[in-house]
Every structure is written in C-alpha cells, then in structure tokens.
Design a protein around this ligand. Structure first.
Ligand code: SIN
Length: 329
C-alpha cells in the first residue's frame, strides 16, 4: 500500500496544471567528433530546435567526442536504447548493410553537390530504410566533405603509399582501397587515431579537413595531400521501435528540428572544412601537397579495381545511380 501511495505521489508530480503529463522525454544524441565540426554544430542545432518546438516535452542531451559511446559501441547502444540518436559516418554501417558501401567507393562523386543529388534521389532515399530489418531507421543524411590523405611522407603518386600503414574506418571498401595501392589498412576507432599516428601504430590516415584540424592531426602528421578521393558523410539514425513509439506531435516536432539541423549542417560544412584547411596549412612544419591532374588520375586508376570487387555486394544499379548524380546539373 505504501508503495502504491508513493507511486501515485510520484505520478502526481509528473502532472502539469492542465492534467497533461509533464514528463519530458530525454533524448540522448551521441557522436564522436568535436563540437566545432559540421556534425557537432548540427547536433547542437537539433537540440536547440527540438527544445524550442517541443517545450517541456523533450530534453536533448548531446554527447560529442565519443564521450558517451565511441565507434565500437554506439550502434549496440542504439539497439539497446541506451542512446536515441547517433550519426555515424556512412562508412561505419558495414555490419548492418552492404548497400551503404557505395559511398566508400574511391573517386565516386565529383563533389559534394553530386553526393547530395544522389542522397536526395529515390535510390538514395531508399537507403535510409535499408537497415529497417535491423531496427535502425535513417532520418537524414548530413554532409561533412571530401577526404584528404596524410602520412609521414609526401604522397604524390600511388607508389608513395606502398608499405605504409593507414588508419581506416571499419569499412572493407576503405581497407581494399589502401590495399589497392600496396598499403596496409588498419581499422581503428576515431577516438584512437591521434595516438596511433603519434606513436607510429599507423603512418597515415584519410579524413576531412574539419576532422583533421579538430583532432589536431597536424601536430603528428606533416604531409597532407589534397586528394579529395572519397567522402565522409553521415546518416542520422534512430532506433526504429523508439521512434515509432513516440507521440505523434513529438515525432513531428523532432522531424522539423532534424530538417533545420540538416540545413545548418549542409550550409556550414564547406566553410568549416575550408577554414580548417587554412589552419592546418598554417601549422608548424606542415605541407599540403597538391596533385597534378596526371597524379590524381594515377590514384584513381590504382584504386579502380575496388569498384568491381564490391559491385556484387553493393549492386550495379546503386553504383550506376550514384554515378549518374555526377552528370546532373
Ligand atoms: C566522423 O566524422 O564521425 C568520424 C569519421 C572517422 O571515423 O574518421
């Protein structure tokens, strides 16, 4: 009886003046990058908008920098409901769908605008639900930008990478990409990369300028190559059961907040990467190498076999749809 009364009293505390439940839904949004990156800023915008649109109904807690969960654990945590929203790079869904590997094909998109067109196309939108059977649903794509190489030596032609160890995200396509140039890929969590570069566990890496600068790789790598050879974009994913179980008004408000956050992310991504590139260039002892058109072609040619290797898993139709986005104006 005493327990029952305590429960009633606790319930009463949760009731607002109009009799509605005043219980806020706490939404945990975890990611692995710094706040001063496109994703870091967009996650904060999502919090701001969601709390403005749904006052007293939701509280969004954003955990950057792998503070709550790192690469290895965040998807498991999402499945268990320990976190509600995550936004991993598209290269990290390998275990759940082979389709998203399309985004890792080297030299696939001419630029971010092409990636954007593909993501907005029917095939790109279908991919948002490609993990539904695993309990994950994508709410949006967020851009970061194109990847640049760095290493302990200048990388101008594919042979320069021979024998070097490169950190890759947990993607078989990215591993194959480095194997194609005679390098040795090492799958490592994002939070471990700085130290791995510092102590020499790996000799090089690939990432966007905003990730490179915010993770301070310029302190431990002196040779960067502006290769733009691949993409780092994100899928913002939620636990499908959790999302479905939200009250309709909350779901609508969060959908609106996500649209606002996506716009901010995509509006600032390019500038943040450009600013970061300038800061990396200004760092002590750093050289940013530019490739001649011939050198870039040589990298493209050397990495081309990766496409046919993964065509069966990804699907020819998907690869073609992605390529078509390059031609659209
Ligand atoms: C991220 O941008 O979320 C991290 C990508 C990486 O692991 O390199």
């Amino acid at each position: 009886m005493r327990q029952f009364l305590a429960a009633v009293a606790a319930g009463a505390l949760l009731l607002g003046a109009g009799g509605a439940s005043a219980k806020e839904t706490v939404i945990k949004f975890s990611h692995v990058v710094a706040e001063k990156t496109p994703k870091g800023q967009a996650a904060l915008k999502f919090k701001e908008e969601a709390e403005k649109l749904l006052p007293g109904k939701v509280k969004v807690e954003v955990y950057p920098n792998s503070q709550l969960f790192g690469d290895a654990k965040e998807m498991e945590a999402l499945a268990l409901g320990d976190v509600h929203i995550i936004a991993p790079s598209l290269s990290k869904f390998n275990r759940f769908t082979k389709k998203l590997q399309v985004f890792d094909l080297p030299f696939l998109f001419d630029d971010i605008a092409a990636a954007d067109r593909f993501q907005a196309s029917p095939k790109g939108q279908e991919l948002l639900t490609s993990m539904a059977s695993k309990g994950f649903v994508g709410l949006a794509y967020w851009h970061n930008g194109t990847k640049q190489l760095s290493a302990t030596k200048a990388l101008l032609v594919p042979d320069d990478a021979k024998g070097l160890k490169f950190r890759v995200q947990p993607s078989d396509v990215l591993a194959a990409q480095f194997q194609a140039v005679g390098a040795v890929p090492q799958k490592l969590a994002f939070a471990e990369v700085y130290q791995a570069l510092q102590v020499g566990t790996v000799d090089g890496q690939e990432n966007t300028w905003s990730n490179i600068y915010s993770q301070k790789y310029q302190e431990v790598q002196k040779h960067f190559t502006e290769s733009n050879h691949g993409l780092i974009d994100y899928m913002v994913v939620v636990n499908a059961g959790w999302w479905k179980g939200l009250p309709k008004d909350v779901q609508a408000g969060l959908t609106k907040a996500m649209a606002a956050a996506t716009k901010v992310n995509n509006d600032i991504a390019n500038n943040l990467n450009e600013e970061a590139k300038k800061k990396v260039a200004a760092a002590s002892g750093v050289t940013i190498h530019q490739l001649t058109p011939q050198q870039r072609s040589a990298w493209k040619k050397a990495m081309a076999p990766v496409w046919s290797k993964f065509e069966g898993e990804i699907g020819k139709d998907l690869i073609q749809a992605a390529q078509t986005a390059n031609a659209t104006n």
